[in-house]
Design a binder for this molecule. Structure first.
Ligand SMILES: Cc1ncc(COP(=O)(O)O)c(C=O)c1O
Length: 400
């Protein structure tokens, strides 16, 4: 009998598979691995690195891992429910909506909890994907509005969901800021009721330019006026400013509005450094008038989608997050770790800005320090910042 490789091509079912577009960050990563240059710098995948360019397992995460291991709970490898770890979900929702805080924007109370239906997901990507599938099947949006530019996977996710994608002009190249006026004008003139509006809750990837609080108010008004369904992608809570409350402000503001329904895709990859553990949640927010009535149906629908896809999310990483968020002392230490990471990111931005100014690189580089978040500056470190600035300088002088 011949081996599969000897079969004539025409006998395979897979000879006419469609050409798949390249995923840019992973393609850049592949080129980086192959490159033999001694001073190569990886500006592809958005991950936090130390000054030496190494990964940094959060100290509080390491301690939580040890405690979990030492407890030797015999159930630690059992299946979760389809919804996931409920205590983790309660804490995850608290982090986003601030139910526990006395400082919530306008007296949000625990009774508001009935408006939020949460399910554990395979990290932020899985939350985006599940949210897209849920809305597509149940709301039948005519279009999804995606910022230009955006995290490349938004295109893939909504392409797979089969919803026509439209872009709104998010970034103003001239000012290095969020293009508020044009965004509003585009959406006002071209969007339809029940269209989905994808929004980065903070630390917009890849620009690092976020709306101001006044601009969020304008976006909220527009969503109400046009009947749009906001889809918040929350991948960097605590990374933009080091303060989870500040970074989640826009979502809480939309929540308080009561009448607006939206979803939140939450990731713990960056803010806990749990990239490979795939920890996340999807929160579906119903209007205050619908509240209790629909939550059970929403959960049943989400569980049905998850059951047919992968049954339930992984438990290991969620257990770490649950331990940290559920313990006052560990949570305070997590805040310190977040501060360490966000401070370093900001100081690397400052260092890069200063090098570019010192080199006299043509252009205004103020946006490097005005913007926030990882963007791709995470791999600029004290030893290579000058080298990265020189490479940018070289490119700018070549193209200008
Ligand atoms: C804007 C945005 N959303 C979602 C994600 C998803 O990350 P993960 O699936 O690792 O949680 C990322 C990761 O880079 C991102 O930048």
């Amino acid at each position: 009998m011949g081996s599969i490789s000897e079969l004539p091509q025409s006998t395979s079912h897979f000879t006419n598979l469609p050409q798949i577009p390249t995923d840019e960050p992973f393609a850049v990563n592949g080129s980086y691995i192959k490159d033999t240059h001694p001073k190569k710098v990886n500006l592809g995948i958005g991950v936090y690195r130390t000054n030496k360019g190494d990964p940094w397992p959060l100290r509080v995460v390491e301690d939580a891992e040890k405690a979990i291991y030492n407890a030797q709970d015999i159930s630690r490898h059992e299946y979760l429910s389809i919804q996931g770890d409920r205590e983790f979900l309660r804490l995850a929702a608290d982090l986003v909506f601030d139910f526990d805080s006395t400082q919530s924007c306008a007296g949000t109370t625990h009774s508001s909890l009935g408006r939020v239906t949460s399910i554990q997901t395979v990290s932020g990507t899985g939350a985006n994907r599940l949210g897209a599938e849920f809305l597509t099947r149940n709301i039948s949006p005519r279009n999804v509005w995606i910022p230009a530019p955006t995290w490349a996977n938004h295109h893939t996710i909504w392409d797979l969901a089969g919803v026509p994608r439209k872009e709104y002009p998010y970034y103003n190249n001239a000012t290095g800021e969020f293009n508020y006026e044009e965004t509003l004008q585009t959406l006002r003139t071209s969007s339809s009721k029940n269209d989905i509006l994808v929004l980065h809750a903070c630390a917009h990837n890849p620009t690092g330019a976020d709306p101001s609080r006044e601009q969020w108010e304008g976006i909220l008004d527009l969503c109400k006026e046009k009947g749009l369904i906001p889809f918040f992608d929350l991948a960097y809570q605590g990374f933009a400013s080091g303060d989870v409350g500040k970074d989640g402000w826009a979502i809480r503001r939309f929540f308080e509005e009561g009448g607006i329904e939206f979803v939140v895709a939450q990731s713990f990859s960056k803010n806990f450094g749990l990239y490979g553990q795939r920890v996340g949640a999807l929160h579906v927010v119903s209007s205050s008038s619908a509240a209790q009535g629909v939550s059970e149906d929403i959960l049943a629908t989400l569980c049905h989608l998850v059951r047919g896809e992968y049954s339930m999310a992984p438990r290991g990483g969620a257990e770490i997050v649950r331990r940290v968020l559920g313990n006052k002392e560990l949570r305070a230490r997590w805040a310190e770790d977040l501060d360490t990471m966000s401070t370093r990111i900001l100081s690397m931005r400052k260092a890069l800005f200063e090098e570019l100014v010192a080199l006299g690189t043509p252009g205004d580089w103020g946006h490097v320090v005005k913007q926030d978040g990882l963007a791709n500056n995470d791999l600029v470190n004290e030893s290579n910042v000058r080298y990265v600035a020189m490479a940018i300088d070289d490119v700018v002088r070549t193209v200008s």
